[in-house]
Each structure stands twice: as C-alpha cells, then as structure tokens.
Design a protein around this ligand. Structure first.
Ligand code: FER
Length: 279
C-alpha cells in the first residue's frame, strides 16, 4: 500500500461547517453539524464526487480531523495529482452520544448506526447536495468509515446501495447479526449481504468495496473472515489485489492497531481509485 507522510502543501482545501437538523422519532428536531472538506480550487460551477467518511464509536464529526493527518493526506493527493479533487464529508452518526464507560455497548452502537442510514437519505445527503456542488448520482458518492464507521459503511451497503456505489469499510465488520457478526456469524452475514444486493436491484457491476484494517487491529479477527468468505462468493464478488479491477479489495497494514492515526493511511492508499472510473 502507498503510505502517507506529512507533505508541505501550498494548495490546501478548506473545512466548512454544515449545520442541519434531523427529525427524531418523537417529531422533535435535533441540531447537528458535519465538517465538509472542500478541495483547493473548489468551484461552485463544477460538480465533485463526494466521500462520506464516518467516525468510530464514541466519536464525532471532528474525530477523523483531530486524530489523523487525513486533511494533509487529501490535500497532498489532490495537489500531486494522485486523484481528481473530491469533497469529503465528516458527519456524526449520533444524535445523543451515549455516555461511554470503557467497552462499547454493542447493541446501543448498532442502534445508532442503523438510525443514521435514514439520516443519510433524508437529511444529510440532501443538506450536502443543496449547499455544495456535489455529484448527485450514486456513481459520484462513496461512503467509508473507521470501526463503528466501518460498521456504518456495511449497513449503508445493505440499506442504501441506491445512494452509494463505493464503500470503504475500515477496521469494522458487518453487524447485521449483532456485534462482531462478521467474525461470529460469518456464513449468515455473507449470505445476507449477497441477498441484500439482489433485493436492492443491483449486481456485481454496480459497486466497489475497498476494505482495510491492520494485522494488530482488534477488528482484524472480525473483518478478515467476512472478507475471506465474500471472496468465495464469486457470483457476486470479484476480489482483486489490483484496485482498478474487480469489485472487492482488502488491504492489511503492518504495525497497525485500531487507531485513526493508522487507519487514515487506507484512505490515502485508496483515494486514487474511489472515483477514478467516472471519467
Ligand atoms: C469491530 C468493529 C467495530 C470491532 C470493534 C468495533 C473488536 C468497535 C469498537 C468500538 O467502538 O469501541 O470488528 O472489533
């Protein structure tokens, strides 16, 4: 994989705050914000593909930016021509963050990232696309995330495949059948993923998955069996080590525990391929 190191970049993108509100079950509105990275030279007359990049458990819209060099990685990739400019949206999947004491409560977290699927469709994407010059097609939208953000990404694949064509789950597995389900319920999970693609009216040419984690990452034992089982489902998934071929990719990073500081390297590595085929 290609690794990022800090670069001095003269052409830097900007971070804007997008405020929006979400209707809750009781009919009340919750005020929320997302951080939106606009690439250097952003032109409101153009149209940019957009990556939604989701934080991990206990996080917030600032977590990726606070904990990693993601902004410099995006600035450098665009400045050096590794990829065409794209927008990156950093939302928060909580409305009311739970008080966390140590280990994550799996069912509570699962509830939050499931609820967030409706927010993507009904509030967040419309708010992003009415304010910014974002490509409004599923080919122009990608979603990825770290840890519970990776879990969020798998749920987007199951529920929102009509909204996104590119998926970048990092250090997070599919929790359809409960916490750590990609490892604990591998067979059932992959069968369900398969069935959901078809039920949503799509096939193997309609998406690309760019997954990753680290050998030392606590999610590795959950994500790896899921990806390995998906590789065997060759009717739907075409695994390739070449990110320009196939629809399923998996990168395991050396010396990489469960941290934004490590995981953002996958975003850097995959950035040239997320939207490359749109030309
Ligand atoms: C995993 C997916 C998500 C995992 C952990 C998480 C242990 C989330 C942890 C947290 O939010 O603390 O596969 O493996």
């Amino acid at each position: 994989m290609e690794l990022h190191r800090y670069h001095d970049v003269n052409s830097r993108g900007t971070i804007e705050r997008l405020c929006y509100s979400v209707k809750e079950k009781d009919g009340k509105e919750a005020a929320k914000y997302a951080n939106v990275y606009l690439p250097f030279g952003y032109d409101s007359g153009a149209s940019y593909p957009t990556l939604y990049l989701i934080h991990g458990g206990g996080g917030n819209p600032d977590a990726w930016l606070d904990c990693s060099m993601i902004k410099n990685a995006l600035d450098a990739s665009i400045a050096e021509g590794r990829c065409k400019p794209f927008i990156t949206v950093f939302p928060g999947f909580y409305n009311h963050p739970p008080v966390r004491t140590g280990r994550v409560d799996e069912e509570t977290e699962r509830g939050h990232v499931l609820r967030f699927q409706q927010e993507l469709r009904n509030e967040l994407i419309p708010a992003v696309e009415s304010r910014f010059s974002a490509d409004r097609s599923r080919q122009g939208r990608a979603i990825g995330g770290f840890s519970m953000g990776g879990v969020t990404t798998w749920f987007a694949f199951l529920e929102n495949l009509d909204l996104f064509s590119v998926f970048m789950p990092l250090s997070g597995d599919c929790w359809q059948f409960g916490g750590l389900g990609g490892g604990k319920e591998t067979e059932k999970t992959v069968q369900y993923i398969h069935d959901r693609v078809l039920a949503q009216g799509f096939g193997g040419n309609d998406f690309r998955i760019f997954a990753g984690t680290g050998y030392e990452d606590i999610a590795c034992p959950n994500l790896t069996p899921q990806i390995e089982r998906m590789k065997q489902d060759q009717d739907l998934f075409r695994f390739s080590d070449n990110p320009e071929e196939g629809n399923l990719h998996y990168v395991l990073m050396e010396n990489a525990p469960h941290m934004y500081e490590k995981v953002y390297q996958h975003v850097y590595n995959y950035a040239p391929f997320l939207f490359a085929r749109q030309d």
